[in-house]
Ligand binder design. Structure first.
Ligand code: G1P
Ligand code: ZN
Length: 543
């Protein structure tokens, strides 16, 4: 058995997006597809020789095969050790934790996040650096460049590595360490939250349902919520991971987590509901009859974080992606801490977290996290909410009402137009960009436009600039519309329209969001001519 050198040629379109390279599973299963990209990852980081990596994925279809290929390629490149989750499984935050905890040179995570899994669905791969966070744009650009010039890769020729038992084994000269995917993560959570208070909460009859959506968080949630915190069996629903996520769409929002939403609005609704996505980095929070938008959740967590032991010292600052509602900015202002606005994608939080400028950060797309890892973290958000509920001893609905009364409310909704013809979507954005300069001062649906621009970000830590990060239209009085094209879609283009309006209170704080946002929704269509330009009458998904 030996190292094989395989000749290959570039495959078009291997350009990592918002979070790694994400394509259809069949694309990934194509000849040299995975191999070319993995070789380009190793090339971009200056080789694998002598290095230690973490490897794991969310268990979707092809995860097991991809793990074997990557192990053999790492072995051929001279890597010293790969730490891999048992069965090839690691949630994204657990992988981030292991990368950091074990002082490794980075890790490869296999996931297409919340996209469906299966041979006819999606797959993905991304590289996270030694800080545990997604590769910065400079590095993903290097990877892409290498994929366009690749002529060959090396792979160890040998039998599959046994992923089923814990402990050390080998692949060529490389050590493969198979670890329990849950243990280190659960320990990290125990260090951040008051597990005795949480145990007491459940012992006192507090009820919750956690929907793992047949994805990777099943084992994590079962261990932490049911075994360590004593929540009754059955608290975790859909807790057995499957390669196609039970045929579902593992995206924790009211549209896709229908089963949980039905429970939470039903007659026997528990006190608290939560869900996580395919790879465990997203979260949905819902109280009895009270859905909490991710933007509001970030604001509530920021306002109450010091109730959890891990954050008792206070927050250094907070950050949100630009399209995320500005609710958390209000909290930061009240706390006298900095609020950073970054482009969409978790990788932009990395520098701020590393530099100690922010402690909490989040995105409107159900991602919330802190400096404990360098990824968003679904279960972490759930545990922080539980810690807050245990301390405040009021319901989720009461927490929200109190929050809005204190800070005002940012009504918020995101409208997604999926699988739009790429040409049409690009034309819409180009047209919009061309008229940006003329918008300020014009009146749309009765409200004056105050400012309009294309968002660009100057990283305060490394000085890098990211341009073309979405169009913002800001109205007098605080309403805002953001338009951008998704960087994670795998079919055509996805147009995202983010709608926000602000109410100071005390009146008008408890209206349904779609009603409160009616004018803004109409304004978005008037400005971007969505219907005309896309041929769509309404969004495919509203969150
Ligand atoms: C989406 C979300 C973004 C998130 C990313 C990865 O990206 O909008 O907030 O970081 O998924 O989970 P998009 O498809 O909008 O580019
Ligand atoms: Zn995810």
């Amino acid at each position: 058995m030996s190292v094989l050198s395989i000749e290959t040629t570039p495959i078009e379109g291997q350009k990592p997006g918002t979070s790694g390279l994400r394509k259809t599973t069949r694309t990934f299963m194509g000849k040299h597809y995975l191999e070319n990209f993995v070789a380009s990852i190793f090339g971009a980081i200056g080789g694998a020789e002598g290095k230690t990596f973490v490897l794991g994925g969310d268990g979707r279809y092809f995860n097991d095969r991809a793990v074997q290929v990557i192990l053999r390629m790492a072995a051929a490149e001279g890597a010293a050790r790969v730490i891999v989750g048992q069965g090839g499984i690691l949630s994204t935050p657990a992988a981030s934790n292991l990368i950091r905890k074990r002082g490794t040179d980075g890790g490869i995570i296999l996931s297409a996040s919340h996209n469906p899994g299966g041979i006819d669905a999606d797959f993905g791969i991304k590289f996270n650096g030694p800080n545990g966070g997604p590769a910065p744009e400079s590095l993903t650009a290097k990877m892409h460049d290498l994929t366009t010039r690749i002529v060959g890769y090396r792979i160890w020729e040998g039998a599959d590595v046994d992923m089923s038992s814990l402990g050390e084994t080998s692949c060529g000269d490389m050590t493969v360490e198979v670890v329990d995917p849950v243990a280190d993560y659960a320990q990290l959570m125990e260090g951040l939250f008051d597990f005795s208070a949480l145990k007491a909460l459940f012992a006192g009859g507090f009820t919750m349902r956690f929907d793992a959506m047949h994805a990777v968080t099943g084992p994590y949630a079962t261990e932490i919520l049911e075994r360590r915190l004593g929540a009754p069996a059955g608290t975790v629903m859909n807790g057995s991971p499957s390669p196609d996520f039970g045929g579902g769409h593992p995206d924790p929002n009211p549209t896709w987590a229908k089963e949980l939403m039905a429970v939470m609005t039903g007659p026997d609704a528990p006190d608290f509901g939560a869900a996580s996505d395919g790879d465990g980095d997203r979260n949905m929070i819902v109280g009895r009859g009270a859905y909490v938008t991710p933007s509001d959740s970030l604001a509530v967590l920021a306002a109450n974080a010091t109730l959890a032991p891990g954050y008792a010292k206070g927050l250094a600052g907070v950050a949100r992606s630009m399209p995320t509602s500005r609710a958390v900015d209000r909290v930061a202002e009240a706390l006298g801490i900095e609020a950073y606005e970054t482009p969409t994608g978790w990788k932009f939080f990395g520098n701020l977290l590393d530099a100690g400028k922010v402690t909490l950060c989040g995105e409107e797309s159900a991602g919330t996290g802190s400096d404990h890892v360098r990824e968003k973290d679904g279960l972490w958000a759930v545990l922080l909410w539980l810690n807050i509920l245990a301390e405040r001893k009021i319901s989720v609905a009461e927490i929200m009402a109190d929050h809005w009364k204190t800070y005002g409310r940012n009504y918020y909704s995101r409208h997604d137009y999926e699988a739009v013809e790429t040409g049409k979507a690009n034309a819409l954005m180009e047209r919009l960009e061309a008229k940006l300069a003329d918008l300020p001062g014009t009146i749309v649906q009765g409200t004056t436009v105050e400012a309009a621009d294309q968002f660009a970000y100057d990283d305060p830590v490394d000085g890098s600039r990211s341009e073309g990060q979405g169009v913002r239209v800001i109205f007098e009085g605080g309403a805002r519309i953001v338009f951008r094209l998704s960087g994670t879609g795998t079919q055509g283009a996805t147009l995202r329209v983010y709608l926000e309006d602000r109410v100071e209170g005390p009146e008008g704080l408890d209206r349904p969001a779609d009603e409160a946002l009616q004018t803004i929704i109409a304004a978005a269509d008037e400005i971007a001519q969505i219907r005309e330009m896309t041929g769509r009458n309404k969004p495919d998904v509203t969150t």
